[in-house]
Design a protein around this ligand. Structure first.
Ligand code: BT5
Length: 313
């Protein structure tokens, strides 16, 4: 959001302020104050005016300015009511040189999963792609996927959902009756571009089934709405961005946080990897996100694949 507009919102949060006082405080003309207030109203902020001055009476429910307002993380938010894929849009922004942008949509019509799979994106979800430029080698980029999973899990738990992380990139709600040991609440698709020793950009694309009825989702999927009722998506996204920002600033904290929220550790797993099937007990996660599995033939590290949690024999 424009700096002057966010300064106006900050000023109005403490009670009524007159137009001339605002103009003085922000060092702009009264006419400029009026124009900014009109723009804020157009963006959905309820700015009341009375003799005492302007007062903030309401914040829009879900939009770019709404998520930016009160956000304690340095992301600008580009919001779309509907879009093909937020990752595709973030790639365009990456090509233009942007960074620290969150592309956010209410509905996604061409959402992508891993390996050319589709991601269903009905209206009411949280579809967000975080474009960042960390100063790390490409091999470390997968850590950001784990940071994304931790961020979603924390936001979902705060909303009352019993969410946990399933390696490598799913957030699920445990359910013994399902094939894979849980109903999928979230998927993450991370994409990047880089040189041998340093990434140019990373996009962490996160799809959360938020206020979506389960009938609109694939079998074995769930949503925040189906688990506990609708969630305030503005607060949810803010929490997600804030946790992600905290973790990217402190990469050493990512694996411990991931372990704390993981469903996969201690489980018997079967992982379909590009090099074949690995079966055994998942015992740990290692930098930059490999699953450590104790198999009959010894300990192995799996870097990519689809993981099933097996029921105990
Ligand atoms: C993923 O792939 O789980 C990554 C999904 C990433 C989606 C986000 S939304 C924002 C950003 N923009 C994009 O275009 N993508 C990202 P994968 O592990 O391959 O899982 C895909 C599989 O999950 C599908 O084949 C379905 O079986 C299942 N699936 C599809 N839509 C789902 C949904 N809404 N909820 C739960 N499961 C779903």
């Amino acid at each position: 959001m424009n700096d002057t507009r966010s300064a106006i919102l900050d000023a109005l949060a403490d009670g009524p302020v007159s137009g001339p006082a605002l103009a003085d405080r922000l060092d702009v003309s009264r006419n400029a104050v009026w124009k900014h207030v009109e723009a804020l109203r157009e963006a959905g902020f309820e700015v009341e005016s009375s003799e005492a001055g302007y007062r903030l009476a309401g914040v829009p429910e879900y939009s770019g300015p709404a998520v930016e307002y009160g956000l304690d993380a340095p992301f600008s938010v580009e919001y779309h009511d509907a879009i093909g894929s937020t990752n595709d849009r973030a790639r365009e922004l990456a090509a233009e040189g942007a960074t620290d942008v969150a592309v956010l949509a209410d509905e996604q019509t061409g959402g992508r999963g891993r390996l050319d799979r589709k991601w269903e994106g009905p209206s009411g979800g949280v579809y967000v792609s975080l474009l960042v430029r960390p100063d790390v080698p490409p091999a470390h980029a997968p850590l950001l996927t784990l940071a994304g999973a931790v961020a979603v899990t924390r936001a979902a738990r705060e909303a009352g959902v019993d969410a946990e992380i399933k390696w490598p990139n799913d957030v699920v709600v445990a359910d013994e009756s399902t094939e894979r040991g849980g109903r999928k609440l979230t998927g993450i698709l991370t994409e990047m571009e880089g040189e041998a020793d340093r990434v140019t950009w990373v996009i962490v694309g996160i799809g959360v089934n938020a206020n979506v009825p389960s009938e609109r989702l694939p079998a074995d999927a769930t949503s925040v709405q189906a688990e506990v009722g609708p969630v305030d998506r503005r607060a949810f996204v803010q929490r997600l961005l804030e946790t992600f920002d905290e973790l990217r600033a402190d990469p050493d904290a990512i694996l411990p946080a991931w372990r704390e929220h993981a469903a996969t550790l201690g489980q018997q797993v079967r992982v379909e990897t590009p090099d074949g099937t690995v079966e055994g007990e998942a015992v740990d996660v290692a930098v930059p996100g490999a699953l450590v599995v104790d198999t009959d033939d010894g300990r192995v590290r799996v870097h990519a694949g689809d993981c099933d949690h097996l029921r105990p024999a």
